[in-house]
Design a protein around this ligand. Sequence first.
Ligand code: GLC
Ligand code: CA
Length: 537
Amino acid sequence: MTFYQIWVRSFCDGNGDGIGDLYGVYKKLEYIKSLGVDAIWLCPVYPSPNADYGYDISDYRDIHPDFGDLDVFRKVLAKTHRLGMKLIMDLVVNHTSDEHPWFLESRKGRDNPYSNYYIWRDKPNNWDSLFEGKAWTYDEVRGQYYLHIFSKKQPDLNMDNPEVREEVKGIMRYWLDMGVDGFREDVINFISKKEGLPDGLPFLPAINGMFAYKDGPHIHEYLAEFREVAKEYDCIQIGEGPMTTVKTALMYLTGKNKSLDMMFSFDHMMADCFYTEYIHHPFDLKKLKKAFSKWQYSLNGKAWNTLYLENHDHPRVISRYGSEKFHRESGTMLAACYIFQQGCTFIYQGQEIGMTNIRLRDIAEYKDISSITNFNRYHVNDTIEQRMRRIYRSSRDSSRTPMQWSGRRNAGFSRVKPWFTVNPNYRRINVEAQENEPDSILNFYRKCVKLKKSSAALTYGRYREFFPGSREIYMYERVYKGHRWLIICSFAKHNVIVQLPKEYAGAEKKLILGNYPGTDPDDMCFGPYEARVYAFR
Ligand code: GLC
Ligand code: CA
């Protein structure tokens, strides 16, 4: 199964105000279908003051006026279904916006019906917010502090309050009744906080509270309640799990506490950084391979992996793990390296044409709260140039520039000036140009998706990695009922002679897919970022 993720604000502007919207999504559904996609994940489209672009929700049952209204949403949903695809929504219930009516009520005092919907304390603990400063903000009106793991404008809901859980179930039902097929559940492993909210470790800036709110004491009970609702509708639930480990993921995905169908983990997104993309180191292929293989081996036969390299929270993968110089080569190689693993493929808008990171001159031109606060919070004694270089490597805004549809004005995203800067490389990198180019990244994505779907071995086969010590080659097999596939990916900028594993030497092989047109299948000299997919008998 293949998902396509849409971050609507930057996908396609359908009504000509410079902001991507659901009219634009409606227009582009055939394009999405043409990729071989089975389902769409829509990032939050609800009313939101946009402190965190939609992840701060002020009304769970409506559509942001920038994006359209419930009517156009229903049309998008119906057309998605007509085209044979499913649609899932983002369920963001760890926190709301501080402009949500529940919060506006809650802050009024300790004796209103919503007073216990959020986490209020007279005395804050030492937790840091992931986005800015301390995780507690004093509210003058109520005369207490409220908890916000993310920005000040994203107060955490008190999930220990059964009424809050009822609200969540009501929200799920509302969208499921409308025909939605499931949810991507935002930071879902954060929703149950440790009793007493103990102080965190002071030497872990930003994440010092994490051990008290990640996988908290009642998480399985609460998720079991939500699972009941999901079961009534037979819908899919995919949880986002920052810092999740294989061990904890298996608790959510298997056994008596099974409450999610799949989980987004982050290990493989840290091959060039430590726990946040803002603290980076040179790309380390061994680290990437280790993360891939760990999840592949551990979930095999037990649960289904989510396979992704990009989303709205990570900079563009070519700029990170590939090479902007070898743009087509590395963009296609990266596609092959993850899609043929075991699991469900996710493609993020623009990834399929190899969009790259944006480099704006001034921090004031950035929009994402975490980029801006990182800039102002860490390494403040470095030069501005050094700090901007960090932003170029780490900013979430790199994945939020307008989708590059064509080489025409505003990249074909909008008739008017877009809400956010278009990457100047749109004249070279865009959908229209790649449609007409048989060997483009776009067409390679199509081939990968199609090939995977056509083969039981590439879908269900056992995964095994070869030569894990190599700093240039990532090689793995997928084996199922006598069918063997070998996926070989070079991460080198130079030619590399590739050796086959012993058991493959001399076997009859067929080159089914590669990113160097006209390759001789028996010549094992790989060009820069070359990828090949062989079938063996
Ligand atoms: C998730 C979202 C991210 C958001 C955060 C807070 O990580 O993917 O975009 O900022 O949660 O809601
Ligand atoms: Ca618009």
